[in-house]
Design a protein around this ligand. Sequence first.
Ligand SMILES: [Zn+2]
Length: 83
Amino acid sequence: MPRCLHTFDSGFQCISEAVEPTDLCEAHQKVVAFESERLLDSIWRKAFFRLVALLLLLMFLIPLFYTLRDLYLGPPVKAQEDW
Ligand SMILES: [Zn+2]
C-alpha cells in the first residue's frame, strides 16, 4: 500500500496508508473532496471573469469599430450628401 500524499502544514507527510483510488488515507478524504469543490468553484470564477473580460473587450471594441467605420466610410457618404 502507498503512503498518503497529504502533507501537513509542518511539512511532514501523513504516515497513514493511502486508499487505492485517491492516493490519500481515510482521514484526508474529506480534504480532497473540499479541494475539488474549491477547484470547481475556481473554474466557475474563472469562467465568470473570462465572460466579464469578453464583455469589457466588446464594450471597447464596438465604439472602436464604429469610429473606424465612420473614419473610413464616413467621408464618401458626406461627399454624396454635398453633391
Ligand atoms: Zn493522510
